[in-house]
Ligand binder design. Sequence first.
Ligand code: HEM
Length: 389
Amino acid sequence: MLFRSWEQATGGDLLRWPDVARVVDHVGVEHLLVTRHALVRQVLTDARTFRPDNALDAITPIPVAALRMLAAHRFRLPPTLANNGGDTHPGIRALIADALHPTRVAAQRDWLAGLVRHRVADLSVVLARGTPVDLHTDLAADLPLLVLARLVELPDAPVAAVKRFARAALELFWAPLDADRQQVLAAEMGCFHQVLREFAATGDGLVGDLRAAGHPPDVVVGALFFLLVAGQETTSQFLTLLMHRLTGEPAVLAGLRDGSVNVADVVEEGLRLEPPIVTWRRVAGVDTTLGGTVVPAGASVVLWLARAGRDPAVVQSPDELRPGQRGSRRHLAFGAGVHRCVGDQLARMEASTLVAEAAPLLTGVRVVRPPHYPDNLTFRMPDTFVVRR
Ligand code: HEM
C-alpha cells in the first residue's frame, strides 16, 4: 500500500484507516502513517518534535556496491533544505526564496505563456489530423525546467540529462528496488553529480550567491541537487496529473473556456486532488504521542498528503473537482511550517499558465493511454499521456 498510496487516498474510505496507522514496508521497517489533515498539519508545523532529517533517506537501503559507485563520484548529500533541521537552514532557504521571489516568478509568465501557446497550436494541428499526441512529453514535461533555468541560471546541461538524473534520484531514494537497479541509478546520479560539482564551483546567479554567503562546496552542490529535483520534476508531474484529470472534467473545461471558472481555483483543486507528492516523511526527535498513538523517538512518520487533501473534515466534496469549494485551498500539497515548499508560487504560475492555454486543446480529446505511475513512496512520476481526437 505504501508505494501506491494515491490509489487509496479517496475520501470515501475514511473509516478504513485509523488516524495513525502502523505500516511495515518492503524491508520490514515500521512507519507510522498519518492519515488525517489535522494530524498531518500538526506534525509538519512542529519541527522540534518531528524533525525533517529523514526527508531524503533511501526507503530501500542502498547496498555497498551502489554506495561505492556514489562515493567514486564523490557524491554527498549534506543537509541543505528539506532534510536540514539545523542552523544553516534559514540562510539557505532565504537565498532560494529570493531567487524565486513572486515578482521574479511573475516576470516569467508571458514567456511561458508564449511557449505553451506555440506548442498547443502545433499539437492542435496534429490532433486535427487524427494523430495521437503525448501531452506529457510534447507539452508539459520540460516546461518547469526551462523556467527554472531562466530564474536561477542553471548549468547548461541538456534537458534530457537533467530529467534522467532527477528521475533516477526519485527512484533511488523513494522506490522499492533490487540491488541491480540501485547500481544503475547510482551510476546515473554519480555522473550528473560531477556536472553539478563543477557548476557549483564556478556558476553565477543563485549558486554564486550561495558561495558568497560562505556555504561550503558540498552544501552548494546539495542545494542545487535538491532544487533540480524538487524545482522541476514535481511540477512537471503535476502538470500531467492535472491535464489528465481535466480530460475527465468537461464541465470545468467548458467553464475555463467561457471564463465562468477561475483558473487559479482549478489549480488549487488539482493540487488537492492530484498532488505529485503523495507522502512526505518526518522522524520523531523525542518520545511523544500523536492523536493518542505513542510515537517513540526515532520513529519514521509518513504524512499522507494526498489523503489529507481529501479529508471530509476540511473539504465539502472531498473527491470532486469543484473549483472554489469550501476548504479547497487548505490542502497540504506544499507541506507546512518552516520547510513549506518555497517554490509554491512558481508551481502555481506554471500550472495556471498551462491550464489557461491548454483548456481548448484538452476539450473533447479521448485518452488513448493514461500515464503509468511506477511504485514509489512519495512521487507520482507519470511517463506518457497519450490522447487523440
Ligand atoms: C506542484 C509542485 C510542487 C509540489 C507539490 C511541492 C511540494 C513540496 C513539499 C511537500 C515539500 C516539503 C514541505 C515540508 O517539509 O513541509 C517541498 C519542499 C520544497 N520545495 Fe516544493 N513542491 C513543488 C514545486 C517546487 C518548485 C517549483 C520549487 C522550486 C523551484 C520547489 C522547491 C522546494 C524547496 C526548496 C523545498 C524545501 C524547503 C525547505 O526545506 O525549506 N518546489 N515542496
